[in-house]
Ligand binder design. Structure first.
Ligand code: ADP
Length: 600
């Protein structure tokens, strides 16, 4: 990741691809062209003011200090004040308008990226990709905002430079000639050290990222580190990285210091030459002190635009590198929008059928192999199997989080792909073990994804989910914000909120992933009762971890290595399926003998 971000860029506008990329960036600024035109006008004005200030030095010296004219004594300070005010005002307005346009572009691009990303099929949100997508939205988009302003700044520096150069040559072309020879000499170390610093800082960023991930790894695995008494080893590892970073930082600091020292010496050389020749001209009466100092002022003022010129170039390069990545996502046809059919779902659910379904994950893991089964309205189906058997994958195919590579899945006789996605997913309630709650109020979490839900229905659902009790005692009740910004809920309470969410949704087909994480037996019993309420009058498919669930099921599917290896009722399977018998021994009988007897 860090590597990719810090890859040296070869983005110059002379490359036709980059020019196209840049034009694309600029197209985002088009709606704000009035802002940009006005900003540019102010910018030209600001650039001319630079030259004006340098030019004013001549009458200041010659008329006031040497010829002692009193009118000039009044006029020139006022003129100086006016020009400087003009320059400051122009700069302020220019920057404000530019930033405003930039921020608007940023807003639009962020929205576009977010819209693209949130519409993608689930398989794109796996693992490492999520970090990449986040960095696209938060970092890369920002660099595009700087694209056009960086170019405009470039133009501004050039205007300043050219107008200052005019003053320089106008005041003293002979001396200007010498300055022109010395200046490139000063540029040389500037360019050399600049390049070196950039390389070092790129390496530095990678190293900082490495150290951060090392830190993260060790801190999140601290229990393992301590359990294995590996503190000394981890200290050595960190120490090594730390020292490498130190060496690199020192190199970069040294390069910076060297560059400024060399610049100073070269500068002094230039100034020495200029004073020598200029002084000679003044002494010979060929030139006046005013002309000389006006010349020097213009020369000194040129330093700033020269420095910024190289920054503009860097900014444009960074903008293009970011733009490439952002548009890479926006244009990627493979990162498509999830597509469904046009068939609306019938209000009533009759039957769900898997026929010879085969599914492998993008990395090649075969998770479902030749799976066939049918569930009819009102049935209660339990799925059991060892971890990795394919149970989660199996249920994730029903709302089309993934599509099978072979075989068909159909509801009420029509393939899932025929149905409109929204209405297909409206048919299904999924309650899974991760109990995801948003940083919203309790009521908003319960009605998530639905609009205009009566308060009475929310309360009713919360009551059936055994959640009303703990909600009602919170000071803000249903308005309390859940999670980071608000109340922390226990595992059982979170589960009951997600059950209330499913109750409000009131979908006919229920997919339930029973928690493996142990709740204390009291909350476990309450959650169980809430689930019973949820399953009442619904067709349900339950990934079962509780004895009561398998015993109460109309049918149990036993899965192993992506296949359904047996199905039937509890008693039948105990005899017919050795795997089931073994699972029962390991998972369920403990519960039975522990005597909790969850309503069995
Ligand atoms: P279960 O729910 O029965 O534990 P899963 O459906 O989660 O099983 O997993 C079935 C198989 O698919 C396992 O071999 C698992 O490693 C693999 N698998 C699950 N999710 C992914 C994924 N996102 N990418 C690749 N392989 C996966």
């Amino acid at each position: 990741m860090a590597d990719e971000q810090n890859r040296p860029s070869h983005h110059t506008l002379s490359n036709p691809d980059n020019l196209a990329l840049f034009k694309r960036c600029v197209s985002y600024f088009l709606p704000y062209k009035a802002h940009i035109v006005v900003a540019t006008v102010f910018m030209v004005l600001g650039g001319l003011c630079d030259a004006g200030i340098a030019w004013l030095v001549k009458p200041a010296l010659d008329d006031i200090f040497i010829n002692k004219q009193t009118t000039a004594l009044l006029l020139i300070p006022v003129a100086y004040l006016v020009v400087t005010t003009l320059k400051a005002g122009a700069k302020l307005l220019q920057n404000y308008l530019m930033q405003l346009a930039g921020m608007r572009v940023l807003e639009v691009l962020r929205d576009e990226m977010y819209n693209k990303i949130i519409m993608m099929p689930i398989r794109f949100y796996e693992g490492a990709q999520v970090g990449m997508l986040m960095s696209r939205i938060t970092n890369d988009v920002t660099s595009i905002r700087n694209s056009l302003p960086a170019l405009v700044m470039l133009v501004r520096q050039i205007i300043s430079l050219v107008s200052l150069a005019c003053v320089v040559f106008y005041q003293n072309w002979k001396l200007a000639f010498w300055a022109v020879i010395v200046l490139p000499l000063a540029f040389f170390p500037f360019i050399y050290f600049g390049r070196r610093m950039r390389k070092l800082s790129r390496k530095g960023n990678v190293m900082v990222a490495d150290i951060t991930s090392l830190l993260q790894e060790v801190l999140s695995g601290i229990r393992v580190v301590k359990a294995f008494s590996a503190e000394q080893k981890e200290r050595a590892r960190f120490d090594r990285e730390n020292r490498r970073l130190l060496r690199l930082s020192m190199k970069s600091i040294l390069a910076g210091e060297f560059s400024s020292s060399v610049m100073e010496i070269v500068g002094a050389l230039g100034v020495g030459i200029v004073i020598w020749i200029g002084g000679m001209q003044v002494i010979d009466g060929e030139s006046t002190p005013g002309t000389f100092f006006s010349f020097v002022t213009a020369l000194v003022l040129m330093y700033d635009p020269v420095k910024k010129l190289s920054n503009s170039n860097l900014n444009i390069q960074a903008a293009l590198a970011g733009a490439e990545r952002v548009f890479g996502i926006l244009d990627d046809e493979n990162l498509g929008v999830e597509k469904g059919g046009d068939r609306p779902m019938e209000a009533s659910f009759r039957e769900l059928r898997f026929e010879r379904v085969r599914f492998a994950y993008p990395d090649g893991t075969l998770a479902l192999d030749d799976v066939s089964f049918t569930i009819r309205a009102g049935e209660r189906l339990a799925i059991v199997g060892p971890s990795g058997a394919g149970k989660t994958t199996f249920v994730n195919l029903i709302p089309r989080f993934y599509d099978p590579q072979a075989g068909t899945i159909s509801i009420n006789g029509h393939g899932l792909e025929e149905y409109d996605l929204k209405s297909l997913r409206g048919l299904i309630s999924m309650v899974s073990q991760d109990n995801f709650l948003f940083n919203l109020s309790v009521a908003e979490n319960i009605t998530y994804g639905l609009s205009d839900v009566d308060e009475s229905r929310i309360v009713e659902a919360a009551k059936a989910a055994y959640a009303h009790g703990f909600i009602a005692v919170m000071p803000e009740g249903y308005g309390a914000i859940v999670g980071e910004r608000g109340v922390k809920l226990s595992g059982g309470q979170k589960q009951r909120l997600t059950i209330a969410r499913a109750l409000v949704k009131d979908a006919p087909l229920l997919i339930l992933d029973e928690a493996t994480s142990a709740l204390d037996s009291e909350s476990e019993r309450v959650v169980q009762k809430a689930l019973e309420n949820l399953m009442k009058d619904r067709t349900s498919i339950v990934i079962a971890h509780r004895l009561s669930t398998v015993i109460g099921a109309d049918r149990i599917l036993v899965m192993d290595s992506g296949k359904i290896v047996a199905q039937g009722r509890h008693e039948e399977l105990l005899d017919a399926s050795p795997l089931y018998a073994r699972l029962y021994e390991m998972q369920f009988s403990v519960e039975a003998s522990a005597g909790k007897g969850e309503g069995a």
